[in-house]
Write a protein that binds this ligand. Structure first.
Ligand SMILES: *Cc1c(COP(=O)(O)O)cnc(C)c1O
Length: 399
């Protein structure tokens, strides 16, 4: 397969890029500062269990999200589980399928049933009308996702949840530092969950954070993440170990220091991708809502095979041959993964179409404008010669 691609020699061969370009390269920030924080933790023999670095990180995230409480965890998946547990949710949880597997996994791991709902055909976020149709007496919660940093329809979902007396949470793994209108993500629904995984825009190697204005919920979360030990030292709930370490907090603080710089670079990158690809038929760089602040963490290219003649997966292979590694955020959608697939399979029209068309492209502070121009020139060539490439591919790679 490699050889066949090289033989196509459309784009100057695999040596065209000096280094691989990946999605989600880590935004470390000032390495010396990170190491100084780490030294400080070591000097003070305080490595985990709600240390000063974790507390500082929680304070800064709560400020940014405009909420009273932030509870940091070892990752977002555990945070989602804790939130669902601590809120006493039972039964079914309505959520999008166009998300990372962690969203349904978190619900399933605490004994809840994920119910997949179709999304808005443009934003990829939950469609409130579809959510309303799925609410039954068994529904315990709605779990929205701010896909690609674009906020879910928070106001409509809050209204629906209140009307039906169900809890509302958001998986905000993509939406650190984003807003809906001028309200920051972090304060919507009963609680929101951020991920600080190494690939996210603010990262702590591994890490998660719950934000909420509900003081009782925050207190239950603090106990649940630490074996169920409450404020008095008594084990009053069946907890788990989901604490953030001070090494992670040191990384999180340092990455957070760099966040506005990261956002600015991502924003420039987005503008450059959009202008380079503006006149390439059948491709579209997903725009951001001008009324929101985005972190521009994800650069989403939508391709229309009916126009380019080129399959999305073929474009991905061509880019990979040039050492550009796009990611499929998200394909397949969760409801078609073997873990969740039903027989006959559920059909979610807009979810499936988006899932077949999108490709996340490399961005972040380490991606230069030169890099972007070259990525775009590959996409341009591929899109312009889509049918020709498909025909050559069919010959070179027998089905
Ligand atoms: C990254 C991600 C998660 C999982 O976060 P972890 O911190 O790795 O557990 C959950 N949901 C979405 C949408 C994500 O992108």
């Amino acid at each position: 397969m490699k050889r066949a691609l090289t033989d196509l020699a459309l784009f100057g061969g695999p040596e065209a890029f000096l280094r691989p370009l990946m999605v989600g390269m880590p935004t470390v920030g000032d390495r010396a500062r990170f190491l100084a924080r780490l030294e400080w933790a070591l000097d003070n023999d305080w490595l985990t269990n709600g240390g000063p670095l974790t507390t500082e990180l929680e304070g800064r995230i709560a400020d940014l999200a405009g909420v009273r409480y932030c509870v940091a965890t070892c990752n977002a998946t555990a945070a989602l589980q804790l939130v669902l547990r601590a809120s006493g949710v039972t039964g079914r949880v309505i959520m999008p399928s166009l998300t990372f597997a962690a969203t349904p996994h978190a619900a399933a791991w605490v004994g809840l049933e994920p119910v997949f709902c179709d999304v808005d055909p443009v934003t990829g976020c939950l469609d409130p009308a579809r959510v309303a149709e799925l609410i039954t007496p068994d529904t315990g919660a709605v779990l929205g996702v701010h896909l690609w940093g674009r906020t879910a329809p928070v106001i409509e979902l809050e209204k629906l949840a209140a009307e039906h007396g169900v809890k509302l949470f958001f998986d905000a793994a993509h939406a650190f530092g984003c807003t809906a209108g001028d309200r920051p993500v972090g304060g919507f629904g009963d609680a929101e969950v951020f991920s600080l995984h190494a690939t996210k825009t603010v990262m702590a190697f591994e890490g998660g954070a719950v934000t909420t204005d509900d003081g009782e919920l925050a207190e239950r979360l603090v106990a649940l993440r630490n074996f169920g030990v409450d404020r008095t030292g008594s084990v009053t709930s069946v907890g788990m170990n989901a604490k953030m370490s001070e090494a992670s907090a040191a990384m999180g603080l340092t990455s957070l220091d760099a966040f506005e710089g990261t956002r600015a670079r991502n924003r420039e990158n987005h503008a450059l991708y959009a202008s380079e690809l503006r006149d390439v038929p059948g491709t579209e760089v997903l725009a951001f809502d001008e009324h929101e602040r985005n972190n521009h963490q994800y650069l989403i290219l939508r391709t229309d095979r009916a126009v380019t003649g080129l399959h999305r997966d073929r474009l991905r292979r061509l880019l990979e041959a040039e050492k550009v590694f796009p990611r499929l955020y998200f394909s397949p959608p969760c409801h078609l993964m073997p873990a969740y697939r039903t027989d006959p399979p559920l059909r979610l029209e807009h979810t499936e179409r988006l899932s077949e068309q999108v490709l996340a492209l490399p961005t972040g502070p380490s991606v230069s404008s030169e890099d972007i121009r070259r990525v775009c020139s590959i996409i341009r060539l591929a899109a312009e010669r889509g049918e020709q490439i498909e025909a050559m591919w069919a010959q070179a790679v027998p089905a």
